[in-house]
Design a protein around this ligand. Structure first.
Ligand code: NAD
Length: 281
C-alpha cells in the first residue's frame, strides 16, 4: 500500500506558516492583497474563485474579486490590469482562466507586471524557470514539488515522467523536476507507447484531464504517483489515476480530492505573500 501524500494535512501546515508571515507583515504595517479577475460565468471558475477568496480570508489577506461580463473587450480587461498594476494595495493579480474565446489570453497575461503575476504564467516568470533564475513559480507545479519534498520522495537521479505538456502544469513541473536533477520525460497525446515510458518512472505526474487514465499496469512498483487531474464523473471529482488499483503498487500517491488541488491554493497565497514581502523590503 502506498504512502498517501495528503494535500489536506500538508496544506493546513503550510497555511499555519503563511498566517504567521502575514501577521509579521501586518506588524510592520504592510498589508497583503490579491485581486482576482473573473470574466464570464463559467461554473467551475466561479467555484475556484470562491475558494481562493476563502483562503485569503483565512490568512488575513485582502482579496478583491472583480467580476466582468462575458462580453468584456480586450481593451477593458487590459485597462483594468493596468490599474491594478499600479494599485499598491494589491500584491497579486490573477486572471481566472479560461477566458472567453474572443479574448487574447497570452496578451492579457503579459499585461500583468511579473512581480504581481502570482500565477507564475507571465512569459518572464516562465522564462526564469526555464533558465534557472528566481521568479514566481506556477502554483500547481510548486505545490507538487512541496508535496514531494514533504513526503521525502527521493528525486536526484530518478526517472520522472510527466504526462501532459500544458504551460500551466506539464512544462513547468518538468522543469522543476529537472532542477532537482531528475531525468525527465514529457509524454503527450502523440506519444507512442505511453506505458513503455510510464513503467520506467520513479516519479509519475499525470496532468491529462481523463478519469482512470493511468492504470496499475502502467506504473512501476514503488513509484511516486502524482495525480493532477480534476474530472467530474457522476457528480464526483476524480483524478487521472485509477486510485484504487494504483494505490496497491505505488510507493506514494496523491488522492483526488484532497491532494494536489489543496496545495495549489496554498501556493497562490504564498506567492502573494512573497510579493508583499518584496514590497516591504
Ligand atoms: P490541458 O488540456 O492543457 O493538457 C492536457 C495534456 O494531456 C495535453 O498536453 C495533452 O497532450 C495530454 N494528453 C491528452 N490526451 C493524452 C493521451 N491520450 N496520452 C498522453 N497525453 C495526453 O490540461 P491542463 O491544464 O494541463 O490540466 C490537466 C488536468 O489537470 C486537468 O484535469 C485539469 O483540470 C487539472 N488541473 C488541476 C490543477 C490542480 O490544482 N489540481 C491545476 C491545473 C490543472
Amino acid at each position: 500500500m502506498a504512502i498517501i501524500l495528503d494535500g489536506k494535512i500538508m496544506a493546513a501546515e503550510l497555511m499555519e506558516g503563511l498566517k504567521a508571515r502575514v501577521d509579521a507583515l501586518k506588524e510592520k504595517n504592510v498589508s497583503v492583497g490579491l485581486a482576482v479577475i473573473l470574466v464570464g460565468e463559467d461554473p467551475a471558475s466561479q467555484v475556484y474563485v470562491r475558494n481562493k477568496g476563502k483562503a485569503c480570508e483565512e490568512l488575513g489577506i485582502l482579496s478583491e474579486t472583480i467580476r466582468l461580463p462575458e462580453n468584456t473587450t480586450q481593451k477593458e480587461l487590459e485597462n483594468l490590469i493596468d490599474k491594478l498594476n499600479q494599485d499598491d494595495r494589491m500584491d497579486g493579480i490573477l486572471v481566472q482562466l479560461p477566458l472567453p474565446r474572443h479574448l487574447d489570453e497570452a496578451a492579457v497575461l503579459r499585461k500583468i507586471i511579473p512581480e504581481k503575476d502570482v500565477d507564475g504564467f507571465h512569459i518572464e516568470n516562465a522564462g526564469k524557470l526555464f533558465t534557472g533564475q528566481t521568479g514566481v513559480t506556477a502554483c500547481t507545479p510548486k505545490g507538487i514539488m512541496h508535496m514531494l519534498k514533504k513526503g521525502n520522495v527521493p528525486l536526484s537521479g530518478k526517472e520522472a515522467v510527466v504526462i501532459g505538456r500544458s504551460n500551466i502544469v506539464g512544462k513547468p513541473i518538468a522543469m522543476l523536476l529537472l532542477n532537482e536533477n531528475c531525468t525527465v520525460t514529457i509524454c503527450h497525446s502523440r506519444t507512442q507507447d505511453l506505458a513503455a515510458h510510464t513503467k520506467n518512472a520513479d516519479i509519475l505526474v499525470a496532468a491529462v484531464g481523463k478519469a482512470k487514465f493511468v492504470t496499475a499496469d502502467m506504473v512501476k512498483p514503488g513509484a511516486a504517483v502524482i495525480d493532477v487531474g480534476i474530472n467530474r464523473v457522476d457528480g464526483k471529482v476524480v483524478g487521472d489515476v485509477d486510485y484504487a488499483e494504483v494505490e496497491k503498487i505505488a510507493g506514494y500517491i496523491t488522492p483526488v480530492p484532497g491532494g494536489v488541488g489543496k496545495m495549489t491554493i496554498g501556493m497562490l497565497t504564498e506567492n502573494t505573500i512573497e510579493s508583499a514581502e518584496r514590497k516591504a523590503q
